[in-house]
Design a protein. Structure first.
Length: 255
């Protein structure tokens, strides 16, 4: 028996074996298991459904539904023919306008990253149209690796007009986030950000930066940031590791 097996069994033994009456049994069992999972290392295998059913004196279907609840929360992943395991935490991307750095700080993590490349280019017709500039205008093509607690999370490619932000190409982006630089130097703050999300796979060069495997699944988020007057600040494409992020959409129904 491994050390992790010992820990799981000790924690399981400490949980009450009566998860409540029939009506609340599944919900309480899910909460009990969530508390246990929160204390276990990523990759730890959960006890078999049979073991959990015997410990809590419930049907195996109740256990299966409780584990499904943990999977829905992103706490556990089920691997066919192997079992259920504590999942790598995934960071929920919401529709609220918040910077990457603020988002990570709100989660109690330290945002970071580095500049991968920074090139001055001339705008093609499509880039000019997206940035709201004339074709041939100079723009900055900036690629950054974004991290949280030093773990690679995303690659962001930003395009910004150098007519609007002259000299931006000389910034090292080593201490301040990009939008903090824009606010400090030009007094510009984003008011809206529209983006489209689609599934993507990671190329070999992207995989090296993200420390994952080529062909791994990712979320591609592409869109524009605008200021209060409606002028384009940035056109960006971000590639997020799908094993670290999930996207939650909420729908409100009006009767």
């Amino acid at each position: 028996m491994s050390g992790s097996d010992d820990v799981v069994r000790e924690m399981l033994a400490a949980l009450p074996n009566d998860p409540g009456d029939r009506g609340t049994r599944r919900a309480r069992l899910t909460d009990f298991l969530a508390d246990m999972v929160a204390e276990l290392p990523v990759g730890t295998e959960l006890p078999a459904e049979r073991v959990l059913a015997e410990h809590f004196s419930v049907a195996r279907m109740t256990v299966r539904e409780a584990v499904d609840g943990l999977i829905a929360r992103g706490l556990v992943e089920r691997v066919p023919r192997r079992g259920s395991f504590v999942a790598q935490p995934r960071f929920v991307h919401t529709r609220h306008l918040v910077s990457y750095d603020d988002d990570m700080r709100a989660r109690g993590m330290t945002p970071g990253g580095r500049k991968v490349s920074s090139r001055v280019r001339t705008a093609s017709e499509s880039v000019a149209r997206a940035l709201g500039v004339e074709p041939g205008a100079r723009y900055l093509d900036l690629v950054r690796l974004r991290t949280a607690d030093a773990v690679p999370m995303a690659i962001t490619r930003s395009q910004l007009s150098l007519e609007r932000f002259p000299g931006l190409e000389r910034n090292a982006f080593s201490t301040l986030a990009m939008h903090e630089v824009l606010e400090r130097e030009w007094g510009v703050r984003p008011a809206t950000h529209e983006q489209r999300v689609r599934a993507a796979t990671v190329t070999a060069s992207e995989a090296e930066l993200l420390e994952t495997e080529p062909g791994a699944l990712a979320f591609e988020m592409a869109g524009q940031s605008r200021d209060r007057s409606g002028e384009v600040i940035e056109v960006a494409r971000s590639l997020y590791r799908a094993d670290r992020y999930e996207i939650v959409l909420q729908t409100e129904f009006h009767n």
